[in-house]
Design a protein around this ligand. Sequence first.
Ligand code: NAP
Length: 336
Amino acid sequence: MINPHYKANDGRYDCGMQYERCGRSGILLPRISLGMWHNFGDVNPLSVSRDMLHFAFDHGITCFDLANNYGPSYGSAEETFGRVMEGSFRPYRDEMIITTKAGHDMWPGPYGNWGSRKYLMASLDQSLRRMNLEYVDIFYSHRFDPATPMEETLQALVDVVRQGKALYAGISQWPYEASQFAYDYLAARDVPCLIYQGRYNMIDRAKADEGIVDQAARNGVGFTAFSPLQQGVLTNRYLNGIPEGSRAWRGRNLTREMITPELVTQLKKLDALARRRGQTLAEMSLSWLLRNDKVTSVIVGCSSVNQLNDSLGCLKNLSFSEEELQEIDNILSSFA
Ligand SMILES: NC(=O)c1ccc[n+]([C@@H]2O[C@H](COP(=O)([O-])OP(=O)(O)OC[C@H]3O[C@@H](n4cnc5c(N)ncnc54)[C@H](OP(=O)(O)O)[C@@H]3O)[C@@H](O)[C@H]2O)c1
């Protein structure tokens, strides 16, 4: 056992976490979910990953977002989760929504990527083994595959639900037209799409601008926003340089070149506004998303318990005046 002494906080549902219904379904999601894309792989100390997972669950976070290739190395975030499941989370399994995905590069050769039935089915079996689970709560198609018939990808989602390996199906980063096809296809087979997962934050508003957030709501599908802090940009992380060990410092998915002086100027103005609201920049960035009840949940990442604690504070103030919203838009309107 990794930590035989773990006992979940008895007050975990009295810590201020809020829960929102996920589309037209029986599922309530915590408004803050924890994502394991970075910082939970086998290059990270297990004890740090475990502490963040425990802290999350102890504070009412019931949704843990994974994918087959999260790490590094590929698969290792799921292995980390599996070890924590064995060591401490097992008694609480029924209190958790655990997700995984397949769609991006995972193993060599023609069957370890994109959207074939062959890939999705094999990948989910692997994920279940790594996570020490009999089923996941949500299985996502991680991305739209323009070369595979949509029916094939979607039927694989239907079938994994019918097999009991997943309780619900979701799609991530699918374009507008394809999403409508997916919602209709899945609903017609009595496996309605539970949730759409898309990148959405104050800087990157494409999913709202393209109508995907509204489309999900119209179809009775929840919407969960990933990278709500724009990978840490929309926090105090880069206000005074690029700290050693940060995501931009490591250069994986976020690079030093992306932290331009113009961006830092905008972030400092946003930070000043957040302070006037009595929030940190991370809190304000998450509040900005969660003020919209079409955003069921935001999936935050973190590299420390302190960061996660900071993010949780956003729920104390989800309202914005028109002037504040306008000021945010004005600050970001020159964003390249
Ligand atoms: N469906 C998809 O295609 C897809 C794609 C990407 C992500 N996702 C999901 O979304 C999750 C979140 O993505 P993300 O990690 O990019 O989210 P994010 O919340 O935008 O960024 C997380 C990073 O921000 C920094 N941070 C977090 N809280 C902070 C705070 N309070 N103060 C200062 N810095 C803070 C940390 O960076 P440092 O590491 O530098 O400390 C942390 O690793 C992923 O884990 C994954 O589950 C899904």
